[in-house]
Unconditional design. Structure first.
Length: 280
């Protein structure tokens, strides 16, 4: 595990819970076996030592595997939620791309960074940006989510939309208004706005997904700045909030549709995938 953070502690309660189950099964098997096998007295100490060594090795294997996890599967009601690393553009089904509250599409490293998710989406997956702008401007559902028009800005669009409002593009991508932009075109949110965004967003997904699988990024894990005491919120906490808001939303994915949450490869070592299963 060179260069990686040990996300799961040696004495993690879930590790201990799994280990106790293993011990119970092993003890039951040995108890039955000892009914039929008589161990000589001079070997009993040796057998006891071997038994303890096996338990220690088993525990370390559980702990090692927990820290090596690259994905986890959570069952929330009828819905299968997969959290894993990967490339969102290579996933099947609908793929969600987070935009700012103006649905800006200008990739110039000022409004939208070229290396950001929506920057890569526009540069590599949109052939006609003007058509994309027209689709956004003329979408009836988005029209109902307009908060303000003709906003004074130095650059970018001037129509502001409610956070969480979303549009389906090319029957493959869902674009959603995720972050607010300050006067310096920096993405920022309060934690209350983040939760409200997610609750609105899940309702929008319920409207758009049509029983198809949906893949989303970890919202807020990029350059978004959180305010009001949550400046240091980490990706593990963001994931837990996402899963919690999904649980309390009305949306339910019926098999074979599923929800996949993609964690950037560089951030995976900050996520305790093992403990995320507590959200079941």
């Amino acid at each position: 595990m060179k260069g990686k953070i040990l996300k799961v502690g040696l004495l993690d309660k879930d590790i201990r819970k799994q280990f106790y189950k293993f011990c119970s099964k092993l003890t039951a098997v040995l108890t039955v076996g000892l009914i039929f096998i008589d161990i000589p007295r001079n070997f009993k100490l040796l057998v006891g030592i071997i038994y303890l060594i096996v338990l220690v090795i088993a525990y370390l294997i559980y702990w090692h595997n927990a820290n090596k996890m690259t994905q986890t599967i959570i069952k929330i009601g009828l819905t299968t939620v997969i959290v894993k690393s990967g490339n969102i553009f290579e996933e099947d089904g609908l793929k969600v791309i987070a935009f700012n509250e103006y649905f800006d599409t200008e990739v110039n490293d000022k409004i939208i960074a070229k290396k950001s998710l929506n920057g890569r989406f526009i540069r590599n997956h949109i052939d006609d940006v003007e058509k994309l702008n027209s689709d956004i401007e003329n979408d009836d559902d988005l029209k109902n989510s307009i908060i303000e028009k003709r906003v004074k800005r130095k650059q970018g669009k001037t129509t502001k939309y409610k956070l969480g409002s979303s549009i389906l593009i090319d029957d493959e991508y869902i674009l959603t208004a995720f972050s607010r932009f300050n006067k310096n075109n920096q993405a920022e949110l309060t934690i209350q706005e983040y939760v409200n965004f997610l609750l609105t967003f899940w309702n929008e997904i319920n409207r758009l997904y049509a029983q198809r699988s949906v893949t989303v990024p970890v919202f807020g894990s990029g350059i978004t700045r959180f305010k009001n005491g949550f400046e240091d919120i980490d990706i593990d906490e963001l994931l837990r909030i996402m899963i919690w808001t999904f649980k309390i939303s009305k949306i339910k994915f019926a098999y074979p549709a599923k929800l996949t949450i993609i964690v950037h490869d560089d951030l995976l070592n900050q996520v305790n995938l093992y403990e995320l299963r507590e959200n079941e």
